[in-house]
Design a protein around this ligand. Structure first.
Ligand code: GLP
Length: 232
């Protein structure tokens, strides 16, 4: 694992763009994308960059179940607004949270993902250590599946909705083993709220109670954070 601590956030996101640029330059065509507040400045940097993804594929980590794709806080809407309208990809895949049979949709998404190689997977991390929507306790062997969101995750994401009641209770997410199949994983963790998760990762304890620690099993992970980790 390669840890880069960059306290200036502008520099940190520029570094993330630089990493993506290098993948593009080296011919990488398949990118795993993430959502959440952490990714907003990254997508702003990408929108303002010269990078061209029009020959690339994207796959997203997850999508809510229970709100329509057109809802402003669906991850379909988020991706369109934050990236795809300005930087179109040749093809983009996001789980369909509106599917009639959501378990089949999750299985179909996994099959699709098995048919391709993600060159670079970008991930954020939840305050409880979740990656994608893989909540604490999720098996590291998990594939794409339907999840019930932890109360703490719904509370953390309530800031994007008018009230906590409006935050979906379920989602479809790539599993942990799905995420770990990517050739390289770029984790971005910003702010004190992520200290618990990042500390666990840096302490090197691999536990299903803190999903982000699964990244320790991957040979090629880059961590970008603004957190001072001197105490570890
Ligand atoms: C969300 C997403 C994750 C994201 C995480 C952190 O619920 N499903 O993919 O990494 O939680 O979000 P934020 O960046 O807003 O803190």
């Amino acid at each position: 694992m390669k840890l880069e601590i960059i306290q200036n956030q502008e520099e940190l996101y520029n570094r993330a763009v630089d990493i993506i640029f290098n993948f593009l330059k080296n011919g990488a065509t398949t990118y795993g994308l993430a959502t959440g507040g952490t990714m907003l400045p990254l997508y702003e940097c990408l929108r303002n960059s010269k990078l061209d993804f029009s020959h690339c594929r994207s796959v997203n980590l997850d999508e809510y179940v229970g709100i329509p794709k057109g809802h402003p806080e669906s991850y379909h809407s988020y991706m369109k607004r934050q990236l795809f309208d300005a930087k179109p990809f040749k093809v983009t895949f996001i789980p369909n949270g509106e599917a009639q049979d959501i378990r089949k949709e999750a299985n179909d998404y996994e099959e699709l993902l098995k048919s391709l190689t993600v060159n670079l997977q970008i991930v954020g991390v939840g305050e409880n250590g979740h990656i994608g929507f893989n909540e604490p306790g999720t098996s590291f062997d998990s594939e794409s599946h339907v999840v019930e969101l932890a109360a703490s995750t719904r509370e953390a994401n309530a800031r994007f909705f008018d009230s906590i009641e409006e935050v979906p209770k379920m989602a479809i997410t790539m599993g942990i083993s799905t995420i770990l199949r990517a050739e390289c994983i770029l984790l971005i963790a910003i702010g004190e709220k992520k200290r618990f998760a990042l500390e666990a990762l840096l302490k090197g304890v691999i536990t299903e109670d803190i999903p982000v620690t699964s990244l320790l099993q991957h040979p090629n992970v880059i961590v970008l954070t603004d957190l001072n980790m001197d105490d570890i």
